[in-house]
Design a protein. Structure first.
Length: 255
């Protein structure tokens, strides 16, 4: 009798596990709002702010198949991703450095997340909604270098036919103008707190303070002027979108 009960219990557990595995995963923003927050979205890009708390384990959730850049906002530890229905299963993301970023092609995936360290992981997922060109070239990791904070520079760190990513450094007391090129809109992401003034149609706006991880959109009819705060330099990443958005719609969300 006891053996029969054990067999029935094991069968019930197996069926329950199968039922859970067959449930459709949810969009990350809905399934785990404590970890994923929509920061900005329009026809061109979708920016999601990600926070993996220390020792957190997140249930399986899905992500869109859009290519993306991952902008790391702190020195984070390794993160374990366990993929569902993909041949490579578990993958460990190495530790990250604040101010670095990586780009990767689009991939539809469902995964759980585990942060095994006592340090949170903070980053942005910048998804490109534009027409893909040579997606295979969307790969690589890019870091800060030893450029003096006394220098004001724009330096391209990645470029293909779809997107260009530049690192902007603005020395204390100086200003840098960001003007979209060839009608391409621009997304700015702050890596150090800064002041951004938007100009358009001859009417300048009041300077806006941006914090680390804040995203600001510059459409082709406008320009942005960037300054550091007081005696501090400014540092931002600049994303120039070089192809048109896929699909229609006019939604724009800034949070």
């Amino acid at each position: 009798m006891m053996k029969t009960s054990i067999r029935l219990g094991a069968a019930t557990l197996a069926l329950a596990s199968l039922a859970v595995a067959s449930l459709p995963a949810q969009d990350a923003l809905q399934a785990t709002p404590e970890a994923y927050r929509l920061a900005f979205e329009n026809d061109w890009v979708k920016v999601v702010r990600v926070h993996y708390a220390p020792r957190v384990v997140l249930a399986p959730h899905d992500h869109t198949a859009l290519p993306a850049a991952y902008v790391y906002l702190n020195d984070g530890g390794p993160i374990l991703f366990k993929h569902v229905d993909l041949p490579y299963g578990a993958v460990t993301r190495p530790a990250t450095k604040a101010g670095s970023f990586r780009v990767y092609r689009g991939l539809k995936e469902v995964h759980s997340v585990e942060n095994p360290s006592d340090t949170p992981s903070e980053f942005l997922r910048v998804e490109f909604k534009t027409e893909p060109v040579d997606e295979g070239s969307l790969r690589g990791k890019f870091f800060r270098d030893d450029t003096s904070p006394a220098a004001t520079v724009q330096r391209i760190q990645f470029e293909n036919a779809q997107v260009r990513v530049s690192r902007l450094l603005v020395a204390p007391g100086e200003s840098l103008e960001v003007a979209p090129t060839a009608g391409h809109p621009t997304l700015l992401v702050a890596l150090i707190a800064a002041r951004v003034e938007m100009n358009g149609a001859g009417e300048p706006s009041a300077p806006l303070r941006v914090q680390v991880g804040d995203a600001r959109w510059v459409d082709p009819s406008r320009r942005a002027h960037i300054r550091g705060e007081g005696d501090r330099p400014a540092e931002l990443l600049r994303f120039d979108l070089k192809t048109k958005p896929v699909g229609g719609g006019t939604r724009q969300v800034q949070r």
